[in-house]
Design a protein around this ligand. Sequence first.
Ligand SMILES: C[S@@+](CC[C@H](N)C(=O)[O-])C[C@H]1O[C@@H](n2cnc3c(N)ncnc32)[C@H](O)[C@@H]1O
Length: 402
Amino acid sequence: MSDLHHLLTFPTRPITAEAYVGPLNDLLKSGIPATYTLEQVAAFEQGREDEDDANASNTTPLHILARSLPADASPEEQDVVLTMMNTLFEYGAGWNFVDYENKTVGDLLLESGLTRQSKLYERMVEAGVSAELLLRKVNGGEIEFIEEPGNEEQEQEPVVAEPVVAETTSTDNDKTASDPSTYLATPLEYTEDKLVTKENKDGVMMDWEDGIMKLAADTLFSGNVDATEGATVLNIGFGMGIIDTYIQGHSPAPAHHYICEAHPDVLAKMRADGWYDKPNVTVLEGKWQDSLNKLLDSGDVFFDGIYYDTFSEHYEDMLDLYDVIVGLIKPEGVFSFFNGLGADRPLCYDVYKKIVELDVSMYGMKCEYTTVQIGSALPDWKDVKRSYYNCDYYYHPRITFI
Ligand SMILES: C[S@@+](CC[C@H](N)C(=O)[O-])C[C@H]1O[C@@H](n2cnc3c(N)ncnc32)[C@H](O)[C@@H]1O
């Protein structure tokens, strides 16, 4: 193992296939695992196999490679490194482990000066997409992210960076943020700049997303809207009503504005604030899973724009939503959603960016992203339990039929 470790620190330059790819293959062929922790190395060297304090020294061969990548590596040298990464993946290296500094290989490659467009970073993304899709297949269509940090069964394995989906985080056992029925029975509290769960202070919606909501509202009107009829739009998830306020303020105003909302406290706020009385607004009370299927069955309404932004739901729910969307959207309509999928880490965010593209393509739709810099809008998260968004850019999705 220590030979493999040493090789991946690039002790000699230039990095050539002869000096690195051949020896790497030999080491892996000899049975050295492509995914191990320094802890395992120590245990191996000291004859200890049962050490359980693994997290302090976690790393993997890919992390060592990424940490050691010379800043001045030439394109030819990077090609050799790419071949080494391919080899490690062939031998089972994982894409989403975090090391002792809680960093993914993607984080380390970006820190080394590579861009998100570089082939080494893109190779990590590609590995993530394949692994997630394979996992879904293995689970018979069910999406199940691998183990979570803190899970006791992880003792000797590197910790996995589990993508955060929707506006929920699943890094602890708090059910409010990850279980829809628990969330819908949890009292909420509106403050000046956010909507949080009363007891736990889970951030359901925060006003730093204002710019994103403005962009999203405009997107809903960007299809081929019939100027005489006016636009019919649907927003799923009212929250603080930021996007709905932008939709109402849009010029020209929407002919019909549907709002689907499930939480009783949010519905009470909507009633108190007069949303039920607006002439062009229809409030669909209850979960979208129920309300939208009714709309679909009625066959009466088709939308120019649909936006989705709920809380405590998972990517599985979005897969179910796609089935409904394709039946409710006009042929030239636009679908968009709050894209916090995996946004706690750049690598997971890029993996989910691709997965959405692939999934909607199954419905004959394409997803185009606009990248928006949001660094200065991000909050310090001090008043909410934890952050659900850690990238300083936002991939705004616009999904239409091809
Ligand atoms: C993040 S907030 C939406 C914020 C909104 N985009 C805005 O601009 O203020 C999520 C909302 O979705 C609602 N919600 C959660 N699950 C839902 C479901 N299954 N159906 C409808 N609404 C749901 C929540 O109660 C909450 O009001």
